[in-house]
Every structure is written in structure tokens, then in C-alpha cells.
Design a protein around this ligand. Sequence first.
Ligand SMILES: CC(C)(COP(=O)(O)OP(=O)(O)OC[C@H]1O[C@@H](n2cnc3c(N)ncnc32)[C@H](O)[C@@H]1OP(=O)(O)O)[C@@H](O)C(=O)NCCC(=O)NCCS
Length: 265
Amino acid sequence: MHTEFTSEDLAQLPALQPPTWGNLIPRFEYFIKSEHCKPIKIAENGEVVAIGTSILHGDTAWLACIITHPEHRKKGLGNAMTLSLISELDRAKYPTIYLDATEFGFPVYLKIGFELEELYLHFRREKPLLEHVISKQILPSEEKWKAGIFEVDKIVSGEERSGVLSDFLANAFVYVENAQVLGYYIPDWGDNPIMAVTNQAGLELMKLRNQTNDEARLPESNIAAIQFLKENGFTQFQTSRRMFLGTKRIWKADKIFNRISGQLG
Ligand SMILES: CC(C)(COP(=O)(O)OP(=O)(O)OC[C@H]1O[C@@H](n2cnc3c(N)ncnc32)[C@H](O)[C@@H]1OP(=O)(O)O)[C@@H](O)C(=O)NCCC(=O)NCCS
């Protein structure tokens, strides 16, 4: 029923574009070309009616951009797309499957057996920017910090994501103490993520991110980061729900100072 999503299908994406999401075209261009992603579609009479992708890490997979054409909803296509994505995965290699569910998606995934793991809170700045002094321990990333970034990411996410991460490190920043990377911030990827192994590293990177970002999305367990946002004039406007299927894994929700995106938590 499902087939591979190819570059010929890109022209149909505007009809599926959710209004509040970022542009789907560059996202699917990346999914098509990345060896770590498997985008698929369901088509009816040549019309793409549902899309989605899996994103593969070392031994975990994420499902992302699951969308049914607005005129074809509530016919079981969201369910079929999610099951198709799961069926394409080798469950022995990927015993845990993650996703970050919207209000629309949550009931669909719950029925399939996904379990709620963590709430992500979405904030928007509603007061003027407070200027911060930027820590001298924050440096533009270089090749020599790459292994440190992967290590921080592994500790925080509990996943081996270096394959996908490698594609987005060109403009990253690191927080370094005693020649060791304690946190990273990527200003030009997704929701502009910050992962850090200490609160100090995470909060200092948040001060830098805060200079150019009016929105923030992070797990509700990160009390220190949420307090920082509130002190800096941010108000919560939305939530999303991180869910998992299969083996529960250890990861550090309180050390995500901003999620990567709805595609990767
Ligand atoms: C989330 C989304 C993909 C679901 O797609 P969908 O094709 O409507 O999903 P389904 O049809 O499988 O299920 C939706 C509902 O329709 C019901 N349904 C399924 N087949 C049906 C049928 N033949 N007749 C009536 N209802 C039906 C399902 O039981 C489900 O009901 P519930 O929400 O009360 O549990 C879609 O709403 C969407 O694209 N939303 C915008 C993007 C988005 O938020 N994506 C999720 C990202 S996490």
C-alpha cells in the first residue's frame, strides 16, 4: 500500500502542509537524500494522501512528519501510515521507536501501542529581550570538539545519533570547561537545540540562544531551564507529547535545554 517518497512527490507537499509547521519541502528533500531516513507515501489515483518518515540512529528510530491530506483524514490513513513506517523497521535492530505527538496524532499513536513518556512545553517570548553577558566558555565548534558533542548528545539522549548530527554541526557552538565539551547549541537546525550535561552549561547556552530566538521547546522535567524562560519573559502556549513504542530507555529529559525538533525530541 505504501511506496517510497521520491523527489517527484515534492511538488505535492504544499497540499499536505500543516499551516503552523515549517516548510515541508526542505525537510523531505533532506529525508530523501539522507541515508539515515526512509520517507514513504500512500497515494490514491496518483494523489499523495499521506506521508511520513523514519529517522534511524544507532539502535533507535524516530517517526516524523506523519501527515494525512486534510481532505482524507479520519479514514484510517494516519493509522496505516504509522503502521507502514513501523513495518519497514527491523525491530531487532531498533527495539525502541520514538515520536513527538501533536494533539491530532496522540490518539492515533496511543491506539497503536505507543506510551506517553514526557511532556514537551512550548514557550514564546512576550516581553522585551533581556541582554545577557555571553560566557567566554562558549566557543564556535571546530573539528576537535566533534567527539565531545557526540558524547554530550549520547549522555543526554541515551541514543547514538552521531550519523544525523554530523550533517548539522557546521555552525554549532560548544560550552567547554577544562578542554571538555559540556554542552552544545546548534543555531541553524530545527528548533535550535541545546543539550548539556550540566545546568550551568545549558543555562549559559540558553543566554546565547535567547538573543535570537523568541520561541523555546523543552521537556517539562527541565525545571532550571523553564525557570530561566519565565524569568526572561517567556509564556507557555502549547504542549506536545513524547511517546515510545517497545523497550523503555534511559535518557535525561532534564538536560535538554531545547529540543532538536518534533522529528527528534
Ligand atoms: C494526525 C493525523 C496524521 C491523523 O491522520 P488521520 O488519517 O486522520 O488518522 P486516522 O484516520 O487513522 O485516525 C484519526 C481518527 O479517525 C478515526 N477513524 C479512522 N478510520 C475512520 C473511519 N473509517 N471513519 C471514521 N473515523 C475513522 C480514528 O479512530 C481516529 O479517531 P480518534 O482521533 O478519535 O482516535 C492527521 O490529523 C494530520 O495530518 N494532522 C496534522 C499533522 C499532525 O499533527 N501530524 C501528527 C504529527 S505527530
